[in-house]
Design a binder for this molecule. Structure first.
Ligand SMILES: *Cc1c(COP(=O)(O)O)cnc(C)c1O
Length: 432
């Protein structure tokens, strides 16, 4: 079988490896069939992809390490179709001449945010970098000390500003920044003001911050633009579904921000992307920056993003059709019913361990606040050596990822939807 599937060279290579391994480990007693089995297993492992689909039962819906927002099936299909063939990526069917790749999404982004113009790049970090490099290269950008954030990984506002070529001018203090802090910092070398959404933390107590509207007033009086990094941002008001208010690009723009950046794969629920919306003259400059070419989106992600943005044109169906929103708004009773249905199968593979269905709280993830917000239900498994239990679930064909805490393994069932339940249950007996 392996020879037919992988060919002579790959099979011979693996056989040599298996025999060499046996020699170094001095495992000489084996039948030819044993060696062939071992080689077949090794071949299958060698050709299996390393990025795998998993069941995200961590309780964090937009989990950065697990790929953030799951996109709607029709968006994934559009991406796959675009990647398989030639498309109108940069081709105008009416004229038969060259077109613009941004034209597939820019009009939609303008309609959904009220912006004059829009563009898209690899992610929001790239968006911030490109905006600063275009508008503030070698010039100063005042930012409040309360907004000099680290998102995780290597995204720290001061570092990204330094790499963009803009000069960070820190103003105010950690807890309080006033309008006069910005006015005093503005001089002939100031290119723009920037505001960064406090995504993954909160400053409470004796605090003061300058609103987007006030900051826009200060920027415009000095004849410079206001840049706002919204981080997650949401194209619609999430309060409609009982979720906390997340500032929308439309709000930031109508408060006077000139350029707004946000992520495609956080609350928006689409593929990884960085979206830039705002004043037409500034977006034109941004698109004229040679770095745009280095940061632009490929046809697959543009195809998926276009499908997701079109879903927002029908907001009444959004909570059903956009998986990120569907998961975030899933009723607790529904999640609990799933937990009850899968708990006995989980008990069957955890002999001697206490298994229960317990209430818990899911997180939105991707830095969205407040944490521990969404009432949910989990199957919990107790007993000793929870790490080895977690490892056993991670070794399943479609790995199951939970979370260890309070002496138990928690499998939050929010992201285990009915359509996936049969596949989840069917693979459990393979656990060992
Ligand atoms: C998440 C976030 C970023 C980085 O966005 P990516 O899409 O992960 O590159 C930047 N700024 C803020 C405020 C964020 O929340």
């Amino acid at each position: 079988m392996p020879l037919a599937r992988f060919g002579r060279a790959a099979t011979a290579g693996i056989l040599r490896q298996v025999l060499a391994q046996r020699r170094t480990e001095k495992r000489f007693h084996a039948s030819a069939a044993d060696i062939l089995d071992e080689a077949a297993d090794a071949l299958i492992r060698r050709f299996a992809t390393s990025q795998r689909l998993v069941f995200n039962l961590t309780g964090t819906v937009l989990h950065t390490n697990l790929g953030r927002a799951p996109v709607p099936p029709e968006a994934a299909e559009a991406a796959a179709a675009a990647m398989r063939g030639a498309t109108t990526l940069e081709f105008d069917l009416t004229t038969g001449h060259r077109g613009e790749r941004d034209d597939h999404i820019a009009p939609l982004l303008c309609e959904l945010t009220g912006a004059e113009a829009a563009t898209a790049v690899n992610n929001n970090a790239a968006a911030v970098m490109l905006v600063l490099n275009t508008l503030a290269l070698g010039k100063e950008v005042p930012v409040s000390r309360g907004e000099l954030i680290e998102i995780g990984g290597a995204f720290r506002v001061p570092d990204i500003m330094a790499r963009s070529g803009a000069i960070l001018r820190e103003v105010g203090t950690t807890n309080r920044t006033h309008p006069r802090d910005y006015t005093n910092a503005i001089g002939p070398g100031t290119a723009a003001l920037m505001r960064v959404h406090q995504a993954n933390y909160a400053i409470t107590g004796f605090t003061a911050a300058v609103s987007t509207a006030d900051l826009a007033g200060i920027a415009h009086a000095a004849d410079i633009p206001l840049i706002e990094d919204l981080g997650s941002g949401s194209l619609i008001d999430l309060e409609r579904w009982g979720l906390p208010h997340e500032p929308t690009p439309r709000e930031a723009l109508s408060a006077g921000a000139d350029v707004v950046t946000f992520s495609g794969d956080k609350l928006l629920g689409g593929p990884q992307a960085g979206l830039i919306v705002g004043r037409a003259d500034l977006i034109r400059q941004i698109n004229g920056n040679p770095l745009k070419r280095a940061l632009r989106l490929d046809k697959g992600r543009l195809a998926a993003l276009e499908v997701v943005l079109r879903l927002y044109l029908a907001p009444d169906q959004l909570a059903e059709r956009l998986p990120a929103l569907r998961l975030l708004t899933r009723p607790e009773a529904d999640i609990r019913a799933t937990a009850e249905r899968v708990s006995s199968a989980l008990a069957a593979i955890s002999p001697g361990r206490p298994v229960a269905v317990e209430s818990c709280r899911s997180q939105i993830g991707s830095g969205a606040l407040p944490v521990d917000l969404l009432p949910s239900a989990a199957v919990t498994i107790g007993g000793k050596s929870l790490e080895s239990l977690a490892a056993m679930l991670r070794a399943l064909p479609r790995p199951v990822i939970g979370r260890i805490g309070q002496g138990r393994l928690w499998l939050d069932c929010r992201c285990l939807e009915a359509v996936d339940e049969a596949a989840f249950l069917a693979q459990l007996p393979k656990a060992s």
